[in-house]
Design a protein around this ligand. Structure first.
Ligand code: GDP
Length: 445
C-alpha cells in the first residue's frame, strides 16, 4: 500500500544527510524532491502547491534542536502537514439521530459500493453492536440486488428486499419504515452507479437524497483511480451534500494520490478506507496514522487496534503495553502474536502497518505465514516449559534437543526460532526506547 510514495520520500530525507541545519537552500532542494514524489503519486497539482508552501513556511521557522538532524526536523514538519492535509483527525460517522440512522451510499459502478455496504454493516454490528438493515435501490441491475442480499447474509445483518419494478425512493422509504418498526439502529442504502457521471444518475440520487434525508451521505470511490477519483468526488460533492468519503482498494494503491488529495479538494473527510475484498477489510481512516505509514514510520496504533478487533480485549491491551515498553515480551507473547496474526487474516495486511525495520524482522517469519510452518513454531513453543518461554536465553543445548524431539522437528529449527525471537525482541526494544525519533535517526542513514 502506497509503497512507491514511501520509498520516494525516504530517499528525499536521505538527501539531507550530513547537513547541519535546515536552510532555505537545502529545504528547497529537499522539497523539490518531495514535489516530484507527490506528482508521481498522482496528487492533484493545487494540492501539491499548497502542501509544499505550508511545509516550507513551517520548516524555515523550525529550530533543529538537540539530537534532531535536519532530516528529522523536516520529516516532522512533513508529517504534521500531511496529517493536516488529510483532515487532521479521524472523522467518525454521525449516528446520533432518531433511529434508524440512514446512510446513503453513492458512487460509480465498480467503485466497491455494495462491498462497502457489507463491510460497514459488519463493522457497525460487530464493533458498535448496532442492529443494521441494508437495502438496494439499484433498480437497473437485478444482479446488484442479489449481490447485496449475499453480502448481507455474509455480514449477518438484515436485508430489505427490493425489485426492479419499484422506484428508488419508494424502496428506500419502505425500508426506513420497516427499520423503524423493527428497531434497527442503522439503515444502509445502496444505490445504482453508472460507469461515468451522467445527468440521469445525478438527478436520481439527488431526488433519493431529498426524499430520505440521510444523516450520512458517503461517496465511495476507488483509490486506485488517483486524480480521477478526486475529480469524481468533486462532481458528486457539487451535486450532493456529501458528509464523507470512503476510499476503496487502498490495498492495491501504490501511489496514494487520492488519499492525499480528496480531503483538500472536496473539503469532505475520508471516513473509511477499504483494504481488501473480504468483509473485514474496512478501517476507520486516521490521517495521522496514514501520514506515518506514508512516511515509512509504520503504524503500531492501527496494529494494536486490529489486534483488539479480532482478539481478546485484555490480552490485546497487555500486548499494547508490552509493545510500547518493549519489556517482558517473551515467547508466550510471540506465540500469541503468531496466533493473532493468523486470526487477522494474514501477514500481508499486517506487514503494511509495521515500521520498515520491524517488518524486515517479521519478514523472516513470513515463511511461517503458511499455516503449517506456523503450527510448527507453535509446536516448538508448546514443548517448552513456562519458565523457558519466559526466559528463552536459559535454554541449553540438551533442552533444545528435548524440545525438538517433543515438537517433532530438527534442533536447527528450534535454534532458528530462538534467533528469530531474539531479533524481534531486540527490534521491539529499540523501537520502544527510541520510538519514532529513533526510527527517524535510522533514516538519516
Ligand atoms: P459497486 O459496483 O460499486 O457496488 O462495486 P462492488 O462492491 O461490486 O465491487 C467491485 C469490485 O471491487 C469487487 O470485485 C470487489 O470485491 C472489489 N473491491 C471492493 N472494495 C475493495 C477493496 O477495498 N479492496 C479490493 N482489493 N477490492 C475491493
Amino acid at each position: 500500500m502506497l509503497d512507491n510514495l514511501t520509498q520516494r520520500l525516504a530517499g528525499v530525507m536521505k538527501t539531507l544527510r550530513g547537513e547541519a541545519r535546515l536552510t532555505e537552500s537545502n529545504i528547497s532542494d529537499a522539497l523539490r524532491e518531495v514535489r516530484l514524489a507527490l506528482l508521481e503519486a498522482d496528487v492533484a497539482l493545487p494540492v501539491i502547491k499548497d502542501f509544499i508552501a505550508a511545509v516550507k513556511e513551517k520548516a524555515l521557522g523550525e529550530e533543529v534542536i538537540g539530537s534532531l538532524t535536519p532530516g528529522q526536523a523536516l520529516i516532522g514538519v512533513v508529517h504534521k502537514e500531511m496529517t493536516q492535509l488529510m483532515g487532521g483527525a479521524n472523522s467518525a460517522l454521525n449516528l446520533a439521530t432518531q433511529p434508524p440512522a440512514v446512510i446513503l451510499m453513492a458512487g460509480l459502478q465498480g467503485a466497491g459500493k455494495t462491498t462497502t455496504v457489507g463491510k460497514l454493516a459488519k463493522l457497525l454490528k460487530e464493533t458498535q453492536k448496532k442492529k443494521v438493515l441494508v437495502v438496494s435501490c439499484d433498480v437497473y441491475r437485478p444482479a446488484a440486488i442479489e449481490q447485496l442480499k449475499t453480502v448481507a447474509a455474509q455480514a449477518g445483518v438484515d436485508f430489505f428486499p427490493s425489485s426492479t419494478e419499484e422506484k428508488p425512493e419508494a424502496i428506500a422509504l419502505a425500508a426506513i419504515d420497516w427499520a423503524r418498526k423493527h428497531y434497527h439502529d442503522v439503515l444502509l442504502v445502496d444505490t445504482a452507479g453508472r460507469l461515468a457521471i451522467d445527468e440521469a444518475m445525478m438527478a436520481e440520487i439527488k431526488q433519493l437524497h431529498a426524499a430520505i434525508k440521510p444523516v450520512e451521505t458517503l461517496f465511495v470511490v476507488d483509490a486506485m483511480l488517483g486524480q480521477d477519483a478526486v475529480n469524481t468526488a468533486r462532481s458528486f460533492n457539487e451535486a450532493l451534500p456529501l458528509t464523507g468519503v470512503v476510499l476503496t482498494k487502498l490495498d492495491g494503491d501504490a501511489r496514494g494520490g487520492a488519499a492525499l488529495s480528496v480531503r483538500h479538494v472536496t473539503g469532505k473527510p475520508v471516513k473509511f478506507v477499504g483494504v481488501g475484498e473480504k468483509l473485514s477489510g474496512l478501517e476507520a481512516f486516521h490521517p495521522e496514522r496514514m501520514a506515518s505509514r506514508v512516511l515509512g514510520m509504520g503504524d503500531i496504533l492501527s496494529l494494536v487496534e486490529e489486534a483488539r478487533k479480532g482478539v481478546d480485549e485484555e490480552k490485546a491491551l497487555a500486548m499494547a503495553k508490552k509493545l510500547k515498553s518493549g519489556k517482558g515480551f517473551d515467547l508466550n507473547d510471540f506465540k500469541d502474536q503468531i496466533a493473532q496474526m493468523r486470526n487477522m487474516g494474514g501477514m500481508a495486511a499486517l506487514m503494511d502497518k509495521l515500521p520498515a525495520q520491524f517488518a524486515q524482522a517479521a519478514g523472516q517469519l513470513q515463511g511461517g505465514a503458511e499455516d503449517k510452518a506456523v503450527r510448527r513454531i507453535e509446536g516448538i513453543i508448546n514443548s517448552m516449559t513456562p519458565a523457558e518461554r519466559a526466559k528463552p536465553e536459559l535454554i541449553k543445548a540438551s533442552r533444545k534437543r528435548r524440545i525438538a524431539t517433543g515438537a517433532g522437528v530438527q534442533v536447527q529449527e528450534v535454534n532458528r526460532l530462538l534467533n528469530q525471537f531474539e531479533q524481534t525482541q531486540k527490534m521491539m526494544k529499540s523501537f520502544a526506547k527510541g520510538g519514532l525519533s529513533k526510527l527517524m535517526r535510522g533514516m538519516k542513514g
